[in-house]
Design a protein around this ligand. Sequence first.
Ligand SMILES: Nc1ncnc2c1ncn2[C@@H]1O[C@H](COP(=O)(O)OP(=O)(O)OP(=O)(O)O)[C@@H](O)[C@H]1O
Ligand SMILES: [Mg+2]
Length: 142
Amino acid sequence: MTDQAPYTDTSGIAKPQQVTTSIRRERRRVRQLRRVGREHMTSWGLGALADDVELLISEMATNAVVHGKARSVGFFLSYAQGEVRIEVDDGTPGSWPQLIDQDTGRESGRGVFILDSLARSWGTSADGRRTWCTLSVHSAVP
Ligand SMILES: Nc1ncnc2c1ncn2[C@@H]1O[C@H](COP(=O)(O)OP(=O)(O)OP(=O)(O)O)[C@@H](O)[C@H]1O
Ligand SMILES: [Mg+2]
């Protein structure tokens, strides 16, 4: 179930455009979040960022599915003040994403590297449940 706050500003003051939803913790559900991300980026006039947002959602949500232990994975996407923010809640406190050294020849450990390379900033909540990242809109939209 997707709960979307419509953009109904009439005052000239920018209000956040945001969407909150969740999926069951199953790999095949991740594509739902990718689709939510792409659709919202397009409807917010941010199609130029849709590929990056889709990739980030894919890596963050897959990590929540693979490394989390809860029944569901929470998702939040917003656009406000020139910034897109993605947040994924794996519902599992006490473990955190780790940036893996890419020189070790490992086949895994790409997700957080992509996050670190693509996002303007990223981090985790103190309890380890939520991973968030931001993208700057100014670089993609004239
Ligand atoms: N949501 C998360 N909760 C707990 N630990 C996580 C989470 N996301 C990532 N991690 C930890 O960080 C490590 C690096 O994540 P990363 O996505 O880079 O690699 P990976 O998931 O192991 O492999 P892949 O290349 O397929 O993404 C993981 O192996 C895991 O130990
Ligand atoms: Mg991963």
